[in-house]
Ligand binder design. Structure first.
Ligand code: FE
Ligand code: FE
Length: 197
């Protein structure tokens, strides 16, 4: 269990984020802490993951692509077309290099906070869900229901969020990251199995 100087990280991070993103970040950090309390995860680790999840968000897209090639971070065709997605991978890289994070669970929870994936571990689910439900969020449909489920059943909550996210993306953009589709099918399968019992 590593000891982190969260106040120091906050100060540093605030220089790299705009005010809205910083407020969102704090919301995610405290929501991660709450979910860690309920579902049994190290609170500080969860807070650090929430704090750093969007640390690369305010880097301009061009620079994101440039940094990925400089640091040999692989970029898919889909990410080239949707470079905002890169803030997840790049965020994990920055968390390691600039904030000294070595905990693989924290780093992977940052990597997968945007797309989700199949078979996520506890911290990955906590960060993904906290990002969706933190108090400043208001646009998504079903938020009251999803917020409640988040404190009861993380897998069911993943299913609900991914379902709504795919429905939203299908309406709006028409192109969806395969990782997100896979994640949805995985959590839908778990949902269906639960329904049979
Ligand atoms: Fe993000
Ligand atoms: Fe976020």
């Amino acid at each position: 269990m590593a000891e982190y100087d969260i106040a120091k990280m906050e100060k540093k991070l605030s220089k790299y984020l705009d005010e809205d993103r910083y407020q969102h970040t704090k919301g995610v950090m405290y929501t991660c802490a709450c979910l860690a309390m309920v579902h049994g995860y190290d609170i500080q680790d969860a807070q650090v993951a929430g704090l750093l999840h969007d640390c690369a968000k305010c880097i301009p897209n061009k620079k994101k692509l440039k940094m990925c090639s400089e640091h040999k971070i692989p970029v898919t065709e889909f990410e080239k077309e949707h470079p905002f997605l890169l803030h997840a991978k790049l965020g994990s890289y920055i968390a390691r290099e600039k904030y000294g994070i070595r905990d693989e669970n924290i780093l992977s929870s940052i990597t997968y906070h945007t797309t989700g994936k199949c078979g996520m571990n506890l911290l990955e689910k906590i960060v993904y869900i906290a990002d969706y439900i933190e108090p400043m969020r208001y646009k998504a449909s079903n938020l009251p229901k999803i917020r409640k489920i988040a404190f009861q059943d993380l897998d069911e909550c993943m299913f609900e969020i991914l379902k709504d996210t795919l429905a939203y993306l299908e309406d709006d953009a028409g192109d969806i990251d395969l990782t997100t589709k896979d994640a949805f099918l995985y959590y839908k399968d778990l949902h269906m199995k639960r329904m049979q019992h």
